[in-house]
Design a binder for this molecule. Structure first.
Ligand SMILES: [Zn+2]
Length: 386
């Protein structure tokens, strides 16, 4: 017993990144098979719609590659533990940054915290965690050189290096720096690209990566995630399913992070807004704007965002008029009716006016003047709908 190597083996509480992935069983088992057979490509592209869980799939691949057990990933060995805590010395990351000529090295700690605390982290959350004035996200030339350095490192604790490049769609022509690496990757290195928009990745990179594609999340898996795991009111979940287009990241922000008041859809207010515009009675509009003024800036902002969502849903009904919802939802009922009294041009115009209104209000224009004006102008679009 004294010489049994198991004695020294630490066992950790089971943590698997694959447990965070929703409704991608087929893809996970395909990756698992490739791993077991030692056939995982040296350059992979994990691709899917925003909020589908690509990063978790990439982390699951990293966990499989770095776990030393026969049934990898076991989830309980020291390697698996370090990957689940994002502290494995042979697991590297590269990310978009917001300043010129910089690498992400010094801010990766911050990013890792977000990955662990914000499910389905998106670029906007990453951006707002940086400087308030954070500009355009960018994977810099310096970051590309950082990637090459990491990929050629001698592994510390395993026999391989894994590097996850988050959102390669932010890589411009600097990406060509990586070509040699992609053409002749060191035998013990694995590069995993994680994208929400494969069509924006430069071709020279795209053509060298093996594609693993996530399917869109289905209704059942989406609803079950929020109703089952977070105990959210099913009615709210069904609405968010439609509004967020099953983007788990956005839906999580709306349903779990914000308080209930914010998560609630202001359908009655939106309904009365469109009714006043349709009737185009100036006295009624002024009264409505008076009430709207009193709900406060935060609620006004939420209202505008939701009106835009309502308009884009109406737009959707126009292109797919025969689609019926599986569930009876007030919101969908309303947007379907709205789509029958408003034409495409009017939807576009009103959306643009709402965006302008939001812009003016952000700069402290008078709510009463801007809103009254916008509603009266909007009514002309309804009149001219033919
Ligand atoms: Zn393991």
């Amino acid at each position: 017993m004294l010489f049994d190597s198991d004695i020294e083996k630490k066992v950790f509480p089971k943590q698997l990144w694959s447990d965070h992935v929703i409704g991608q069983e087929r893809l996970l088992s395909q990756i698992h098979q490739s791993c077991v057979q030692g056939k995982l490509p040296h350059c992979s592209l994990v691709s899917g719609k925003a909020g589908a869980g690509q990063l978790y799939v990439a982390l699951m691949m990293a966990q499989s590659l770095l776990c030393a057990e026969a049934e990898a990933p076991c989830g309980i060995c020291e390697s698996c533990h370090k990957v689940s805590e994002l502290i494995h010395p042979d697991l590297h990351f590269a990310l978009p940054v917001f300043a010129a000529n910089q690498t992400s090295e010094s801010i990766q700690v911050n990013w890792k915290d977000l990955v662990k605390s914000k499910p389905y982290l998106n670029i906007y959350q990453w951006q707002s965690a940086q400087d308030k004035d954070a500009k355009q996200a960018n994977i810099t030339a310096a970051e590309c050189r950082y990637i090459i350095d990491r990929m050629y490192l001698k592994p510390f604790e395993s026999d391989r290096n894994v590097l996850i490049l988050w959102l390669p769609e932010y890589l411009g022509k600097e990406g060509n720096i990586l070509l040699k690496l992609l053409e002749e990757p060191p035998g013990n290195s694995f590069l995993i690209l994680v994208t929400e928009d494969a069509s924006s990745i430069i071709n020279t990179i795209l053509s060298r990566a093996h594609l693993f594609k996530l399917k869109p999340i289905d209704d059942e898996a989406f609803n079950q995630f929020f109703i089952g795991k977070y105990n959210i009111n099913p009615e709210l979940v069904l609405k968010e399913n439609i509004v967020s287009e099953k983007n788990i990241s956005i839906a999580y922000q709306n349903l779990v992070e914000k308080n209930h008041e914010v998560g609630e859809f202001k359908l009655e207010l939106i309904r009365s807004f469109f009714q006043r515009i349709l009737r185009n009675n100036p006295v009624e509009i002024v009264q409505w704007v008076d009430d709207f003024h009193s709900i406060g800036k935060d609620n006004q902002k939420i209202f505008f965002t939701q009106v835009l969502q309502v308009l884009s849903l109406s737009l959707g009904h126009k292109s797919r008029p025969n689609v019926q919802a599986n569930h009876k939802i007030d919101l969908l009922d309303f947007t379907q009716k709205l789509s029958t009294v408003i034409d495409l041009k009017a939807i576009e115009n009103i959306m643009r006016m709402i965006e302008d209104t939001m812009y003016y209000l952000q700069r402290n224009a008078s709510v009463k003047i801007v809103m009254t004006d916008m509603m009266i102008q909007s009514s002309t679009f309804f009149k001219n709908k033919n």
